[in-house]
Design a protein around this ligand. Structure first.
Ligand code: ATP
Ligand code: FE
Length: 335
């Protein structure tokens, strides 16, 4: 079974070809245009998707070494995401499926961040059910109880900002370009995580909150810069390390609570922030500390990619779960 996956929910145009769940190609065109704006500009994103989508799909097919006519089905991100961006991928997927007369499969982007763990890889053990998945990304922060591929229940989530936003907005405060998450990760490596103290929010149940931390960072930096205009430059590594340390503590607290409450010790992470070296290490340490079995995705399957769309497409293909031409993009979804 050859599946073409198409992802266009935010600012990355991506296409991948999978053969029976194995990735043959995984192409991502990241839109550089947003760097200078400190965040994704929706109108510019959809325009860039329109320019990128044909070359990206061409390249994915070429790298996979197959022709369009060999495809068994087309899987695309239906949502959640930016409407203008989703529309480009959705319309393209529909037209291509129609032209090739093959089935069309609609995919939930957040489910895909979780099910990326089911991509067939050498030396990678897939999670067994049930497991907990923490999806940490630019728009979401959730703890999901996964009892089967398509049986998922969100048992905790952010009440305000997503963790990726906490990274990106704090990075903006520090004068770093968008997306700042990877840069904070980089500078944190040579900083002291105990140099500064940032607030950890109090939340009920298994929920998260990050807007207080973002404001805390903003006020702290503004105050320090007033006293010393070079404060950021002189302390960048320590600020990043301290901020990342706080964020990881918040996430790990949530996971520990969730694991205790559910009695589930198999724990996976997914989404862009799962590329963070600190959270990857903290999770891995949980194996020793709490007796967890952990599942950490390969880097190329953390931030937005189409391989994760392709694998969900493959799983749905096996279940004969197809959609018809009346399918529409959805900015918000529920599963
Ligand atoms: P969603 O998946 O919720 O719809 P999205 O698709 O925009 O949002 P992803 O591509 O999954 O988000 O993740 C992007 C986020 O991951 C950004 O906020 C980015 O800063 C963050 N990120 C990527 N790499 C790292 C890293 N190494 N450390 C911290 N954050 C990171
Ligand atoms: Fe994403």
């Amino acid at each position: 079974v050859y599946i073409l996956g198409i992802e266009s929910s935010c600012d990355d145009t991506a296409a991948a070809v999978l053969y029976n769940g194995t990735v043959l190609s995984n192409v991502v065109a990241t839109q550089k245009i947003h760097e200078q704006y400190g965040g994704v500009v929706p109108e510019l994103a959809s325009r860039a998707h329109q320019q990128n989508i044909v070359p990206v799909i061409d390249q994915a097919l070429k790298q996979a070494g197959i022709s369009k006519s060999q495809l068994s089905a087309i899987a695309f991100t239906k949502g959640p995401g930016l409407m203008g961006s989703l529309l480009v991928g959705t319309s393209f997927a529909k037209s291509l499926a129609l032209a090739l007369d093959i089935p069309l499969i609609d995919i939930d982007h957040m489910q895909a961040h979780i099910l990326a763990h089911f991509i067939e890889e050498e030396n990678y053990t897939k999670p067994t059910f049930p497991f907990l998945a923490m999806t940490i990304s630019g728009g979401h922060t959730q703890i999901v109880r996964v009892t089967d591929h398509f049986q998922m229940e969100v048992i905790g989530q952010t009440l305000d900002d997503a963790v990726g936003e906490a990274f990106d907005k704090s990075a903006k405060t520090l004068g770093l370009p968008y997306p700042g998450g990877p840069l904070i990760d980089k500078y944190a490596k040579s900083g002291n995580p105990k140099a500064f103290q940032f607030t950890k929010p109090k939340v009920n149940g298994l929920n998260f909150s990050f807007s207080g931390l973002k404001t805390n960072v903003l006020y702290f930096i503004q105050k320090q810069v007033k006293e010393n205009p070079n404060f950021i430059k002189e302390n960048l590594e320590d600020i990043c390390a301290s901020l990342q340390y706080t964020i990881i503590n918040i996430l790990m607290d949530g996971l520990k609570k969730a694991s205790k409450e559910t009695g589930i010790k198999s724990i996976a992470i997914g989404g862009g922030v799962s590329a963070n070296s600190g959270i990857r290490k903290a999770l891995k340490d949980g194996e020793q500390k709490y007796g967890w079995t952990t599942f950490i995705p390969k880097f190329e399957y953390t931030t937005d990619n189409a391989a994760m769309i392709g694998i969900v497409g493959y799983l749905k293909f096996l279940n004969n779960e197809f959609t018809d031409m009346s399918v529409v993009a959805k900015a918000r979804t529920k599963f």
